[in-house]
Each structure stands twice: as structure tokens, then as C-alpha cells.
Design a protein around this ligand. Structure first.
Ligand SMILES: NC(=O)c1ccc[n+]([C@@H]2O[C@H](COP(=O)([O-])OP(=O)(O)OC[C@H]3O[C@@H](n4cnc5c(N)ncnc54)[C@H](OP(=O)(O)O)[C@@H]3O)[C@@H](O)[C@H]2O)c1
Length: 287
């Protein structure tokens, strides 16, 4: 796996090591391989001769991608191409993680895998280009589109809300983007299931039910006993981030259920679970 030290990568490494006991699982990150470098990427992967290459490495700073489009495409698109070229030489399957931000949000009902992408921002365009390269180059491809990730490892919306709530009495949160917050622990299990089913093509994977960032923020504060903090709903325009986000990017995950029998639990249940673990971590650290 490439991107093994990221937020999803750490959870996915744990799940793969326990769910694939008969396979050797190697986790690489930027210190081991820089997927922007074609020759080096192909050399290192070819030397290992894997059956499956899981590429979840990415430049994931959505706003940063707007001002650094070159890096966005170098990592998310060309990088994906270099990994695919290596996999082609080893006749390996490629698993590539993609995003709801390949869609523009105009559909206003859950997006199917067959819906045609129309990304609104640089990050979405670079990830879509990555999808295209992988599909063009490799026969055995599994593309997993997901969204609104949070997890135990790394900065995310949940940790950001909790940090802000410990510093301020009033928070302003965007209320005009609709999606499904997804817990990396649940996503990691689903990826492992898809690999074990030897699934091919595109799959949408997210926790079920939908909300806005505002509703999600309120749930985080309530479940953490911090609901005295006032939350004000604001528009994306008022929030003023550099990258335009789709106002609706809910993913239809029926294909996952149909082909594997798996449906991810509602985001509110997953959040409860995550916060229980998170609180444990805080108390262990004595904060
Ligand atoms: N986070 C979300 O909400 C979200 C939503 C939809 C889809 N996704 C996709 O899901 C995947 C995992 O996301 P995540 O949030 O876990 O990402 P993450 O925490 O940013 O992890 C990505 C990892 O890739 C590494 N990386 C960056 N550039 C690299 C390069 N050139 N070569 C090798 N490794 C490189 C990063 O290292 P550094 O940290 O040192 O840069 C990091 O360890 C990504 O493909 C992302 O596009 C994420």
C-alpha cells in the first residue's frame, strides 16, 4: 500500500494485516516512495512484484490544491499513472482511492458509479484524471470513491471542531453542503471486503445517511458534552474557502451492498463509536 501513514492508511494497514493473514502486506509512504517520480516508483514496485497495489497516497489539501495545481496533478494524477505503469509491468491489480469531489453536486440525489464526473475544483479534477489514467492503463482496477473522512489518525473535521470548541464560545459552520461523513475504520473494513471479493470497477463507499457540515458539527458537540458552544449556520460563500465544493455529493452505495452484502452503518453511529475511542485517547494522554 502507498499512503500507509495517512489518516486512512493507518487504519487500512491494521485491517489488511488482520484480514489477509496469508498475504504479506507492505505499507509505504512518502519516505519510501515518491509517486511523483516515475522511474523510481516503477523500479521499487517492480522489485517487490506485488499482486495488488493499493494507492491511497494523495495531495489531500483541497484548498491548497487551488493555489498549487501543479503539485495536485503531479501527485494525484501523474503519481497515480506511475503506480499504474508499475502495476501493469507486474500484472498487478490496482486499488485507487478517489473522491465525491469528482461530482458537481447538481444531481441533488445520491450519485451512482455510472454518473459522469464534473469536478468543480482542482483537487477533484486531479483525482478524476488519476481515475482515468488507472482505468486506461490497467485491466484489473478497483476505484473506490469516498467522502468527508475522519478517523483516529490525522487532522480532520471532528478534531478541528473539538479543538475550536475548547477555545471559542461560538462556532460558524457551513450549512449548504450535503454529504455523508465517513469513519476511516469503517471504510478500511469495506476496502478489505472489496479486495477479498476481488471486486472490479468503480465503487462508492461511505457511511449511510446524510447531513450538512453544520448538522455534523452539532452532533459532534452534543456527543462530546460540549453543546453549550453556540453554532451558527453559514453559507459556503460566507465561509470563503478557496476551493468550491459541491453543494450535494451524497454517494449511492447500493453497488457495494449488491456485490458484497455490505452496507456501512449510519454516520451518527460511527461518530459515537469514534468519539468513545477519541475520549479514551484524550484521557490516556491526561488532557
Ligand atoms: N480525507 C478525505 O476526506 C477524503 C475524501 C475522499 C477521498 N479521499 C481519498 O482517500 C485517500 C486517503 O485520504 P487521507 O485523508 O487518508 O489522506 P492523507 O491523510 O493526506 O494521507 C495521504 C498520504 O499520502 C502521502 N503522500 C503524499 N504525497 C505523496 C507522494 N508523492 N508519494 C507518496 N506518498 C505521498 C502523504 O504524506 P504527507 O502527509 O507527508 O504528505 C500521506 O501520508 C486519498 O487518496 C484521498 O484522495 C480522502
Amino acid at each position: 500500500m502507498i499512503g500507509a501513514k495517512g489518516m486512512l492508511g493507518r487504519d487500512l494497514m491494521g485491517v489488511l494485516l488482520s484480514s489477509l493473514p496469508n498475504d504479506e502486506v507492505f505499507g509505504w509512504d512518502i519516505e519510501d516512495i515518491d509517486i511523483q517520480k516515475e522511474e523510481d516508483t516503477v523500479f521499487k514496485i517492480e522489485k517487490l512484484r506485488p499482486h495488488i497495489v493499493i494507492n491511497i497516497a494523495a495531495y489531500t489539501d483541497v484548498d491548497g490544491c487551488e493555489s498549487n495545481g501543479e503539485k495536485a496533478f503531479a501527485v494525484n494524477a501523474e503519481g497515480a499513472k506511475h503506480v499504474a505503469l508499475a502495476a501493469l509491468r507486474c500484472r498487478a491489480k490496482v486499488v485507487y482511492l478517489s473522491t465525491d469531489y469528482v461530482f458537481d453536486g447538481n444531481k441533488r440525489e445520491p450519485y451512482l458509479e455510472s454518473d459522469f464526473p464534473h469536478p468543480l475544483n482542482v483537487y477533484g479534477r486531479s483525482k478524476w484524471k488519476g481515475e482515468q489514467y488507472v482505468q486506461e492503463l490497467v485491466k484489473d482496477v478497483l476505484i473506490i470513491r469516498t467522502q468527508w473522512l475522519y478517523g483516529r489518525y490525522g487532522k480532520n473535521f471532528v478534531t478541528s471542531i473539538l479543538r475550536q470548541a475548547s477555545e471559542k464560545r461560538v462556532l460558524s459552520i457551513v450549512n449548504d453542503q450535503i454529504g455523508s461523513p465517513t469513519y476511516t475504520a469503517d471504510l478500511a473494513k469495506a476496502i478489505s471486503v472489496l479486495i477479498q471479493f476481488d471486486a472490479h470497477g468503480i465503487f462508492h463507499v461511505a457511511n449511510s445517511d446524510l447531513c450538512t457540515w453544520y448538522t455534523f458539527g452539532q452532533a459532534i458537540l452534543k456527543l462530546s458534552g460540549m453543546d453549550k458552544v453556540r453554532v451558527i449556520p453559514i453559507s459556503s460563500k460566507e465561509f470563503g474557502r478557496p476551493a468550491v465544493r459541491p453543494s450535494y455529493s451524497v454517494l449511492n452505495c447500493q453497488k457495494l451492498k449488491k456485490e458484497t452484502g455490505l452496507a456501512l452503518r449510519p454516520w451518527s453511529e460511527a461518530l459515537k463509536d469514534y468519539l468513545a475511542t477519541y475520549r479514551l485517547t484524550i484521557s490516556r494522554e491526561g488532557r
